[in-house]
Design a binder for this molecule. Sequence first.
Ligand code: SF4
Ligand code: SF4
Length: 164
Amino acid sequence: MPSITEPAAALVKGFGITLKHLFSRKFTSQYPEKPHPIAPKFRGEHKLNKDGEGRVKCVACFLCETNCPAYAIRIKSAPAPDGWQDRERYPAEFEVDLLKCIFCGYCEEACPVDAIALTNKIPEVETSREAFILNKEKLLANADLPAATSAEKYLDDILKKWKG
Ligand code: SF4
Ligand code: SF4
């Protein structure tokens, strides 16, 4: 005959957990009005940085696109506008497909001019595939957001902590 000790113990344990939560302090998250703090290492939407004159820093070298393991970046290069003496080309179009992106940060690491970076911004919930594509305008609109902590800096910080 099977023993009833084990199921009875599980039942008592289960009721114990229910009772504990019944009398514990309740916490209701007020998201999205009050978002939770985001970890500095969280990588969200990308941004395109601007130079001192408000121009996109990108020089359309394609290193980020080449380095992207998910083929999430599409750049259309064009000759730099008149008066842009510091470069030959610039990105006429620049897109990051958030549905393909794996948020690895390789694009940021590959960029020689600090033009692209990932931020802490959580992508919005959208209802179409097209809406998940960050075009140049959206990427430039993110320019003032702080960059997420890079993987390199994050590991550096952990090593420093370990070494004391
Ligand atoms: S974070 Fe990674 S996957 Fe996303 S665009 Fe950059 S390189 Fe590609
Ligand atoms: S964002 Fe950086 S790596 Fe990518 S094309 Fe522009 S300059 Fe090159």
